[in-house]
Design a protein around this ligand. Structure first.
Ligand code: FES
Ligand code: FES
Length: 935
């Protein structure tokens, strides 16, 4: 592998390249990265940059027909060589048409950040081998990381490319009123597969300044600036240095206003490694070439609190003086009499479980630009929460919210981390003050160093059951390391106690949680808000309980599964839509067969490989926990007969742009291809809340359904037709059909409303929930999603390595609005759950790159069989529930239970890396136990 290239200020040369079959000349230092020249000089931003280190493959291009990482290639090395980027693949029809179409049909592009690299790698493969086998495809794609899809749809798309014809995907648009339930191709998919989608780093406004943040290199430090004016004077091109003194408004932000505690720049003392203390703004090239070590700041290292134990130790220094015992906040749900029930139980099991930091590893690092337009600040950046960003930026600048415009770009993976502000405050402050556009892109190291992580958890629990297998009680306590600032710590602390029972009837229950401050980078939202960590403990514990009782683990779960009439641990009775038993039952025949097969294989095993099969269940409340959670959708009939759908749900790859349109289309009874999507921009789109907590299909989808129905009613009223009339949306006219009669209604010349539409409907939906009382009793969510995963694994009991062979994932989604997109969420969730179970752990200050921090590659993720259960929710649009978070939760515990089945060892600390498994196996052996799968 070639070494990475340091930025250089070497003299520029005129270099001749052949890019996408066109001869071009560029003036660049010969050592400049090819990726940068392609993107910044030639405007070929289809080539993405995820790491600048050869680790992610996002920048893959063809060099004389061979795939290479353009970030590792010096432009001077490729003079007169042929370079092909994703934009140039169109000159390779019909192969590229087929590939593109296959990617769209399979839903192989979610966020799309990896897609150009995948397409280039696949093209190289198919050009030399038109009929590759699955292994050859996996090998060819092995250098490109994808964080969204779980790879299976990409692999299948490549395998199918030869078989598909090259028809445009848009020909398959469903008829009016028939979109829901269809495998509609992602409406925003085309830009993802042809390289035209605009992400945070893809636009550079003319004259944009660069910005570099100076960050604390220590876990905790006092700091003092030297002569900042002298630094500016000594560096021509540097326009300004920003520090905490330059924040004109209230210097305190955070995603939950009541807990907001984060300054843009630390004041005198930095509370974690990577915390910003200053920013240098100026000419982009000058800023880039600056040596940050030359910045005049002195650090005095202070004692840091790095662990939950240190933070909670009696007399520990307080990281935030107003938060006693370093506890940010806690959560509590109590029902029945846990101690008495455990005392009366026929079997009681207990254990302590621990999980580490997990990095989101979005392929797209945080990026964007800001500019001041009069007295308004505009920020174009990748974000999951434009309206929350707007509120915080307004507060920081001390200006009204209406003076802040957030324009979300496409988001190259979010998974929760892009709910928090990243580049936005720096850009806003700089552009506001300097009245020039300012742009910045986090490096991979910066992204990993200073953006949020999954909360590490330490969980202690006991569970008891009767001898016939009825769960009696669960006692659960968890501490979450929330890092130096609050971020989403309160949400994790509140959500986990509601969910720690799992999707089961547990009459006696106590769950208490704390979010604990340390001097570590803040932990935040990551797909599941603490529930995946919790499920690792609870689902392993229930497995232990079933085994202790001699009951089949799946049958134990079926026996205890929640139903429509059984109260949850918060006392909520759903009444309908509780599909967990169906999820378990659909796995049952596969479970029986797979368990028997594993036992047979293990009985005949000669070497160290053992097979195991595990299962785990999950439930997950959609939306905020007992808090308002509204989405507002506006839909307008345009004078040209098309429909404008203003929905602010940011599509981070999960597919809300498509799903919300499908729902609205069916409510309006219009074909989905009549719609023009207007997404996200806070100046033109109502607030649809944040993209998190599996709320967009449910909450925004419901608002879209209501708005669609309302617009339909308005149209029928305007045209004087009855409720069941059929409307054909034509060019500048509507054709109405009713009782065999037909008439045309012209839209031309009709007056337009304040939004510029002939008619507008706007509807808000806020899920009905209730506040929890002091014992956590109430209805925290209007809708829950349910699911169960079965994992088949092979373990090498000498090496401690685990291969996941297959996952069967059954999910109750209420109504599958778009089965392809749901499967994509499931497969992506499985991949992240697999990573969490077996390989992913982030150590702050170490391995802040995608070389040392391992995420699953194409070769790690097994086939996933998705089974969709449709037990409609009472209130979701067409009965739909969420799936985004749900998909990740059961995978890790199912794998860990499979490891136990195969080898008899219970992994209480994840990830279950080979060294930890090996240690557990040795301990197990020293106790004279053997690990063989039981029936
Ligand atoms: S950007 Fe080149 S490999 Fe990641
Ligand atoms: S679709 Fe592959 S990284 Fe998002």
């Amino acid at each position: 592998m070639m070494a990475s290239i340091a930025p250089t200020s070497e003299t520029k040369c005129l270099l001749k390249l052949v890019v996408n079959d066109r001869a071009v000349s560029v003036a660049a230092p010969p050592v400049q990265r090819l990726s940068r020249v392609l993107r910044e000089q030639l405007g070929l931003t289809g080539t993405k940059v995820g790491c600048d280190a050869g680790d992610c493959g996002a920048c893959t291009v063809l060099l004389d027909g061979e795939p290479v990482c353009a970030c590792l290639v010096a432009v001077g090395q490729v003079e007169n060589h042929a370079i092909t980027t994703v934009e140039g693949l169109k000159s390779r029809p019909p192969l590229f048409d087929r590939l593109q179409n296959a990617f769209l049909q399979h839903g192989a592009a979610q966020c799309g950040a990896c897609t150009p690299g995948m397409l280039i790698s696949a093209t190289a493969l198919l050009e030399r081998n038109p009929s590759p086998c699955e292994r050859e495809v996996m090998d060819a794609l092995g250098g490109v990381l994808c964080r969204c899809t779980g790879y299976r749809k990409i692999i299948n798309a490549v395998l199918d490319a030869a078989a598909l014809d090259a028809r445009s995907h848009s020909e398959a648009s469903p008829a009016a009123g028939a979109s829901v339930g269809q495998r509609l191709v992602r409406l925003d998919g085309k830009g993802k597969v042809n390289g035209t989608e605009i992400y945070g780093a893809d636009e550079i406004p003319a004259g944009a300044l660069g910005l570099r943040v100076i960050r604390c290199p220590l876990d905790r430090a006092r700091f003092r600036f030297g002569d900042l004016d002298a630094f500016v004077a000594a560096h021509p091109g540097v326009e300004a240095i920003l520090t905490s003194k330059d924040v004109p408004g209230e210097d305190c932000y955070g995603v939950i206003p009541r807990f907001a505690d984060q300054p843009v720049f630390a004041h005198d003392e930095a509370r974690h490694r990577g915390e910003a203390v200053a920013a240098i703004v100026g000419d982009a090239e000058v800023i880039e070439s600056l040596d940050p070590a030359s910045f005049p700041v002195g650090w005095e290292e202070l004692p840091a609190i790095r662990s939950i134990d240190e933070a909670l130790a009696p007399g520990a220094r307080l990281i935030h003086p107003h938060r006693p015992e370093n506890v940010l906040t806690g959560g509590r749900v109590v029902r029945g009499d846990v101690e008495r029930a455990l005392g009366e139980a026929d079997a009681v099991v207990g254990g302590e479980f621990e999980t580490g930091f997990v990095e989101h590893a979005c392929i797209e690092p945080e990026a964007g630009f800001a500019r001041r337009v009069g007295d308004q600040i505009e920020i174009q950046a990748c974000t999951q929460s434009p309206y929350m960003d707007r509120a915080d930026i307004a507060k920081l600048l001390g200006i009204p919210a209406e003076a802040v415009r957030i324009i979300p770009t496409a988001v190259g993976g979010g998974f929760g981390t892009k709910l928090d502000l990243s580049v936005q405050p720096f850009l806003a402050l700089a552009a506001w003050r300097l009245r020039r556009p300012v742009r910045m892109v986090y490096s991979r190291v910066e992204s990993m160093m200073c953006t949020t992580k999954r909360h590490p958890a330490r969980m202690r629990c006991r569970a008891g059951a009767t001898k016939d297998g009825r769960l009696l009680a669960l006692d659960f306590a968890a501490d979450f390391n929330t890092g130096a600032y609050s971020s989403w710590g309160p949400t994790v602390a509140a959500r986990v106690p509601v969910h720690a029972s799992g999707p089961y009837a547990v009459p006696h229950y106590r769950a208490v949680t704390r979010a604990v401050h340390t001097n570590i980078v803040p932990a935040g939202a990551f797909r599941g808000f603490g529930v995946p960590q919790m499920a690792i403990a609870q689902e392993q514990l229930y497995d232990d309980l079933a085994i202790r009782l001699g009951i089949d683990p799946l049958e134990f779960r079926i026996l205890n599964a929640l139903d429509n009439q059984t109260p949850t641990v918060t006392g909520q009775v759903m009444g309908e839509g509780v599909g967990i038993r169906a999820c378990f039952e659909v796995l049952h025949p596969k479970w029986i067969a797979a368990r028997a097969e594993a036992v047979k294989i293990n009985a005949a095993a000669r070497g160290p490989i053992r097979r195991g099969v595990g299962v785990a269940g999950m439930w997950y409340g959609c939306g905020n926990t007992s808090l308002p959670n509204p989405s507002t959708v506006r839909v307008g009939l345009k004078g040209d007969g098309r429909i404008a759908l203003h929905q602010g749900a940011v599509d981070i790859g999960q597919g809300s742009n498509t799903v919300v349109a499908q729902i609205c289309a069916d409510a309006l009874r219009a074909p989905v291809d009549c719609f023009d999507l207007i997404s996200g921009d806070t100046s033109i789109t109502p607030d649809c809340g944040k993209t998190s907590a599996s709320r967009q299909t449910f909450v925004t989808g419901k608002a879209a359904q209501m708005a669609g129905k309302e617009l339909r009613r308005s149209i029928l009223r305007l045209a004087n037709f009855r409720e069941d009339a059929v409307i054909d949306f034509g060019e500048s006219s509507l054709r109405m059909h009713e009782g065999g009669e037909q008439s045309k209604f012209s839209l031309q010349g009709l007056p337009l409303d304040q939004y510029g539409y002939v008619l507008t409907a706007e509807q808000t939906f806020d899920p009905p929930t209730s506040a929890l009382d002091e014992n956590g009793q109430g209805s925290p969510y209007a809708v829950y999603g349910f699911g169960a995963h079965m994992a088949e694994i092979a373990i090498d009991i000498e090496l401690g390595t685990v291969s996941v062979l297959k996952i069967v994932a059954a999910h109750d989604v209420g109504r599958a609005i778009n089965p392809t997109l749901i499967e994509g969420q499931i497969e992506g969730g499985v991949a992240q759950g697999l990573g969490m179970a077996l390989m992913e752990e982030f150590f702050p200050g170490k391995g802040e790159n995608l070389h040392d921090y391992l995420i699953p590659t194409a070769g790690d993720v097994p086939p996933v069989e998705s089974i969709l259960i449709e037990d409609p929710s009472w209130i979701g649009p067409f009965g739909a529930k969420g799936i985004g978070e749900q998909a990740v939760i059961p995978t890790a515990p199912a794998i860990l239970n499979a490891i136990y089945h195969a080898a008899g060892v219970r992994l209480r600390r994840v990830p279950a890396t080979p060294d930890r498994i090996r240690e557990a196996l040795l301990a197990h052996a020293s106790r004279g136990q053997t690990g063989v799968a039981r029936g």
